[in-house]
Design a protein around this ligand. Structure first.
Ligand SMILES: Nc1ncnc2c1ncn2[C@@H]1O[C@H](COP(=O)(O)OP(=O)(O)O)[C@@H](O)[C@H]1O
Ligand SMILES: O=P(O)(O)OC[C@H]1O[C@](O)(COP(=O)(O)O)[C@@H](O)[C@@H]1O
Ligand SMILES: [Mg+2]
Length: 531
């Protein structure tokens, strides 16, 4: 069920045995919805010859294919949507000894991945995404490819692994020899020289933290970036970054399409905070949770060794408390975990001070984990509305503020002298190399990205959805953020493990239950990582 090409009926393409086939497979051409209307896929109802792309519910370039029993495919753009008569070539992997032994190595063109896998017998089939993987036909010859890689936004363990695996994958699987590294984030496209990336150059970079290409915030000037892509003859752009970066990648794709360039624009989602929607989990997150254990252990040792010892650890999580929640669940030494999604209060019955006092009396020590975005409303009066170069709001240090407030509270209780140690391991955590499991994950992301670009897809990001790597339209990962759902079971597990107060009144719980649940239909749930 290849989705609709832009130029009317599917283009004939040369097959490996020299016969002709349609790019668009025969079944599931049922219907396509544009702005909520339905038109037979081959009727021209989509204005398929248009170079302006398609639009669905205000989302430009959306490609929606509908099938039986409520089946919906949210497809990703393809170069043939706006460039006519592109030739195809047999995938060189079919002659690769390492891969040719695999039974059914190539992905069936009709394979799609269900976004919702817990269903009832009467449930509609629901939304699906195109399955990632190698296709039998590719739209680039090996020596035609001129790829580039850029890393943007904050650091995250695994960036170097993704770079390495894109370079090695392009080279070893598809025989690509021309791969450029764009230095220093988006602005590197027009303000810096490029570096030539070879398998030898990237051989052991996965053992180092950071990114060998450098990164930055800000600097996204679309026209200059696309000019640079065009001038350098680049036809595959691999963009590694978070939600801001994917928004930037989306406009680069739109501009490339507007100019009619044969350029595949591919996003690889990066966020240590695990706040990217739709995908099961982001790379670097596992490593961050593991590394956070060292800080929590230190806080535990320090607090246990002193009378009325309190350890406060601040972990990353601007808008989403996943690292704090998972690090707490993994450690079992944490007495209380505070995240942006769960409001808390300090004073009075059921408040944080009362809880800490109780724990000190019971155990002689207490460990608190606070995500950086938690409780920002308390320090709002000190907030300056300052933003970083990318436009992200600059947060104030909740860990420092909380530590101060705890000290002030206990200073009023001379019989309870506390000994508080505050640990902020943020940059020590995100600067480490990725762990073994993230390394393997990064490899799969890189390979999925390469296969998609070689197959002519563009304007998409890659990532696992219910364990299957998929191609996801950019708008799906930029229009919402993945957040801890405090009415899901995982947060309940945390509350039960720490036995901390929920800080919620009965009304709060009811309100939270009534809020649209992000697990419905399009988002993955908090439990998505470990269902
Ligand atoms: N809405 C947007 N449109 C275009 N580019 C954007 C947008 N938001 C952010 N960017 C660019 O993406 C890059 C990274 O964004 P940032 O928010 O710093 O990190 P992350 O991608 O990790 O969220 C920056 O170069 C920034 O200029
Ligand atoms: O100090 P910097 O470089 O602005 O980064 C801080 C931010 O980076 C993060 O690690 C995540 O960064 P991204 O938004 O780039 O993924 C946040 O947890 C943190 O708020
Ligand atoms: Mg971001």
């Amino acid at each position: 069920m290849e989705s609709l090409p832009a130029k009317g009926p599917a283009h004939p393409v040369a097959t490996s045995n020299g016969t002709c086939s349609n790019h668009q497979p025969s079944d599931l051409r049922s219907s396509v919805s544009v702005r909520g209307t339905q038109a037979p896929a081959r009727s021209g109802g989509l204005k398929l010859g248009s170079r302006r792309g398609m639009e669905f519910e205000g989302r430009p370039f959306a490609k929606i294919v509908k099938g039986d029993n409520g089946y919906v495919l949210e497809d990703v753009p393809h170069l043939t949507d706006y460039i006519a008569d592109l030739p195809t070539y047999p995938n060189p992997l079919q002659d690769n000894p390492a891969y040719s032994v695999v039974k059914q190595y190539f992905v069936n063109l009709d394979d799609t991945v269900a976004q919702k896998i817990v269903v009832h017998k009467s449930s509609p089939r629901g939304t699906h995404l195109r399955r990632a993987g190698p296709r039998q036909k590719v739209y680039f010859e090996s020596d035609e490819v001129r790829a580039c890689i850029v890393t943007c936004g904050g650091l995250c363990p695994g960036l170097n692994t993704v770079i390495r695996e894109i370079v090695c994958g392009l080279s070893h699987m598809y025989g690509v020899t021309r791969i450029l590294g764009i230095e220093g984030g988006y602005r590197g496209f027009y303000a810096r020289n490029t570096i030539s990336l070879t398998p030898k150059y990237v051989n052991d970079i996965h053992k180092r933290g950071g990114t060998v290409l450098g990164t930055s915030r800000g600097g996204h000037v679309t026209s200059k970036i696309v000019d640079s892509i065009h001038d350098r003859g680049i036809n595959q752009v691999y963009i590694i970054g978070g939600d801001g970066t994917q928004k930037g990648a989306s406009v680069i794709f739109e501009e490339a399409q507007k100019r009619g360039l044969k350029v595949s624009v591919v996003g690889i989602p990066k966020t240590i905070d695990n706040d990217i929607a739709v995908i099961d989990k982001s790379f670097g997150f596992d490593t961050a949770v593991e590394e956070a254990q060292r800080a929590i252990n230190a806080a535990h040792v320090e607090s246990e060794s002193a009378e009325n010892g309190i350890g406060v650890v601040k972990l990353m999580g601007r808008n989403s408390g996943f690292i704090a929640m998972y690090a707490t669940l993994a450690s079992r030494d944490v007495d209380c975990c505070l995240i942006p999604e769960s409001p808390f209060y300090l004073e009075g019955p059921g408040g944080l001070f009362e809880f800490i006092e109780k724990r000190l009396k019971e155990n002689g020590h207490a460990v608190l984990v606070v995500a950086e975005g938690a409780g920002q409303e308390f320090i709002a009066e000190q907030s300056t509305d300052m933003k970083d170069a990318s436009g992200n709001k600059l947060l104030l240090d909740i860990g420092l503020w909380l530590s101060q407030k705890i000290k002030e509270h206990f200073a009023k209780k001379p019989k309870m002298v506390i000994n508080l140690k505050y640990i902020d391991p943020t940059y020590m955590i995100r600067a480490v190399p990725s762990n073994a499991s993230d390394n393997v994950y990064c490899t799969l992301l890189a390979h999925s990205a390469i296969h998609g670009a070689m197959a002519g897809y563009t304007g998409f990001t890659v990532g696992p959805v219910n364990g299957r790597h998929s191609y996801i339209p950019f708008y799906r990962v930029t229009e919402s953020q993945n957040k801890v759902v405090i009415t899901d079971r995982m947060w309940a597990r945390l509350l039960s493990s720490t036995n901390q107060p929920s800080f919620l009144s009965h009304e709060d719980v009811e309100d939270a239950r009534e809020e649209p649940h992000p697990t419905e239909d399009m988002m993955n749930c908090t439990d998505g990582i470990l269902a």
